[in-house]
Ligand binder design. Structure first.
Ligand code: NAD
Length: 310
């Protein structure tokens, strides 16, 4: 396993990270024994970075990850979030965040998290995030409940606006660097480097679009983007490779992010994604994929408050 430093923190995290949202059954129902085995296999294989949130499965993912990590907590860099508690339930107030972290720690069966991030900040107002949310998170850091803090979200403009106003340790961006979109590299990555902020890239399969199973019902991407994903899947099949593995490998090669978080809840996917680390992507295949993607490349959907789109 390869490890990279997360910005200016002292955390060295695995380039392949365990995204725990599927543990909350957000993509489909998971098998209890298999999801626990998936966590154990990941840790035993050197995956040390785990990302979760109270929002995933409405606390289910945190509870299940906490159970599965019992006895292994000290081997991992554990990240959770605050401020998002439901599909449209956001509260970035100091009071809710402070109380919410206590609940997360109980579910995760630990006294501290390594990274605490305000979740999907484009659904909040920049002024509140900068003047209330982040200072409250710094207090939690002083109390030893979080080793480092940061923000997550979809809008690159919004993430940079906040990070330009207040010092952060980390930023998690999703669906902005993978086979379908690479605009993270033009905007946020140079910005994060310049400001000494650790960058985490999430959703290498574009939240399931680049997979045999395809996108879940709730996926915000339009049909053309989903279709491009399925065309990539079909093309890879004709070349005897798995599209999800190609998609992951493409992200792992990207040095602009410390880790790529892929959603995991089964031993089969942990094994396949570990295997993808050894994959070599043929240049001709990448060129053909780029041709499929060209008409929808860098497509961005609206997310959060209109003032934060971008
Ligand atoms: P993803 O692109 O990683 O896709 C996940 C889906 O792909 C799941 O259904 C999973 O079972 C499936 N999958 C995984 N490996 C596969 C393989 N080898 N073959 C076929 N299918 C495979 O999307 P994601 O789960 O949304 O993103 C990864 C993680 O990043 C999340 O779990 C979460 O931890 C984090 N994330 C955070 C935010 C945020 O903070 N706002 C947003 C998105 C993602």
């Amino acid at each position: 396993m390869e490890y990279r430093q997360l910005g200016e923190t002292d955390l060295r995290i695995s380039v392949l990270g365990f995204g725990a949202s599927p543990l909350g059954d957000v993509f489909r129902k998971t098998d209890p024994a298999d999801r626990t085995a998936a966590v154990h296999l990941a840790v035993d294989s050197g995956i040390n970075f785990f990302d979760v949130s109270p929002y995933y499965g409405l606390t289910l993912a945190e509870t299940r990850l906490g159970e599965a990590l019992q006895g292994r907590r000290e081997k991992v860099v554990l990240a959770t979030k605050c401020g998002r508690y439901g599909g449209s339930e956001f509260d970035f107030s100091a009071k809710t965040i402070t109380a919410g972290v206590e609940d997360s720690l109980k579910r995760l069966r630990t006294d501290y998290v390594d990274v605490l991030q305000a979740h999907d900040v484009e659904f909040g107002h920049v002024q509140q995030i900068v003047e209330e949310t982040i200072p409250a998170m710094r207090k939690l850091q002083e109390q030893g409940k979080a080793r480092y803090i940061g923000i997550t979200g979809y809008s690159l403009k919004n993430l940079m606006e906040i990070a330009g106003k207040v010092k952060l340790d980390s930023i998690l961006s999703y669906c902005r660097y993978n086979l379908l979109i690479t605009d993270l590299d033009q905007a946020l990555a140079p910005f994060a480097k310049k400001h000494g902020v650790g960058l985490i890239n999430a959703s290498p399969l574009h939240m399931g679009i680049i997979s045999e199973r395809g996108a879940p019902e709730w996926h915000p991407a339009p049909q053309e983007v989903r279709d491009a994903g399925q065309q990539i899947v079909a093309l890879c099949k004709t070349r005897g490779v798995d599209a999800s593995e190609v998609a992951l490998r493409f992200c792992l090669d990207y040095a602009g992010a410390a880790s790529t978080l892929v959603g995991l809840s089964s031993t089969e996917h942990v094994q396949r994604n570990l295997k993808a680390m050894e994959l070599h992507i043929d240049a001709e295949l990448l060129r053909e994929i780029a041709e499929i993607v060209a008409p929808v490349k860098d497509f961005v959907w609206p997310s959060g408050l209109a003032e934060n789109y971008g």
